[in-house]
Design a protein around this ligand. Structure first.
Ligand SMILES: [Zn+2]
Length: 314
């Protein structure tokens, strides 16, 4: 075992906060199970992936037992998400489809590339379609030797059959103090741990943007996926909430049309934007109605009308 001097040392215990989750993962590592199925859950904005990757490193690290060094080839490749025995499954177009799960099952039954432990991280397990979850159930019930499933979810409102087969670990959202940012920045990012860490690490700045520029940055964000566009987009949304008392109905209608046009057919993104507006507005009086309108985006045909209603209500 190499000896890392001067701050090179890494360990699960260096993750800020979430003492219970760290303890739970360390305990699981110590048990040396030959396979396992886990469910990591936490509110929107909690960094579930950080814990899933920590778990994967703990299982595979070349240097440390029941923990990780963060420096060996395997740890580094896991962090970069390029380790051959790490598979991260993400929802596409709002759901995880049966073909994706079939691929997982196929991969899980093949021999490992690295001769180590195979880890499948499945994000948004709550977005699993019914037939896909039925297919997954069998393999998570008794994973092949040296195979670990780590499923992530923002709620525990998932199939009981999946829940009952998993060891459940809760990951809490961090507070502003724990992230070492002021409340204003914390609220700007809705307490999203990944976003706040990135904002700090890469020295971004928050420029004030007018809500009238929302369409430009939304389009930009859709096209590039860049974090700087996301910040500008959030800034336009924040501006709308701050100014809404002084914005007349005509301008609100225009704002709704701009949003509608820029977001196109991406209902999931629109739902996300409405969620951001709801959280930022703190409008408790109309909360129920607003949530209802947000939900309707998923099922209704006339999205423009729902969006317009929402903007006038908020
Ligand atoms: Zn390592």
């Amino acid at each position: 075992m190499s000896n890392y001097s001067k701050g090179g040392e890494m360990s699960i215990n260096l993750i800020v906060g979430n003492e219970e989750a760290k303890k739970a993962i360390t305990n699981q590592l110590r048990m040396k199970k030959s396979s396992g199925t886990y469910l990591l859950y936490g509110k929107k904005g909690a960094d579930l992936l950080e814990f899933a990757l920590a778990f994967a490193k703990g299982l595979n690290c070349e240097e440390l037992e029941f923990d990780y060094c963060g420096k060996c080839r395997i740890c580094e490749n896991i962090d970069k998400e390029i380790y051959a025995d790490l598979h991260i499954i993400r929802a596409t177009e709002g759901s995880i489809k049966i073909d994706t799960i079939r691929e997982v099952i196929k991969n899980a039954s093949e021999t490992s590339y690295e001769n180590g432990k195979k880890v499948f991280i499945i994000e948004d397990i709550n977005k699993l379609r019914k037939e896909a979850s039925n297919a997954l159930l069998k393999i998570i019930e008794e994973p092949p030797r040296n195979t670990y499933f780590i499923m992530l979810s923002n709620s525990l409102n998932i199939l009981p059959t999946i829940k009952s087969r998993s060891f459940i670990i809760e990951v809490a959202k961090l507070k502003a103090e724990e992230l070492d940012v002021n409340q204003e920045i914390y609220d700007f990012f809705l307490g999203n741990v990944q976003d706040i860490k990135r904002f700090k690490e890469e020295n971004y700045v928050i420029e004030k943007k007018s809500f009238t520029e929302c369409g430009v940055f939304l389009k930009d964000f859709i096209e590039t996926g860049e974090f700087s566009s996301k910040i500008k987009l959030l800034s336009t949304l924040e501006n709308f909430i701050l100014e809404k008392k002084f914005i007349n109905d005509i301008d609100k209608i225009v704002f709704s049309e701009i949003l509608d046009k820029a977001v196109g057919k991406n209902r999931e993104l629109l739902e996300e934007i409405l969620y951001i507006l709801i959280v930022k507005s703190k409008n408790l009086k109309n909360l129920e109605k607003l949530l209802e309108l947000k939900e309707m985006i998923r099922y209704n045909v006339n999205i423009s009308l729902i969006l317009l209603n929402f903007i006038l209500y908020i």
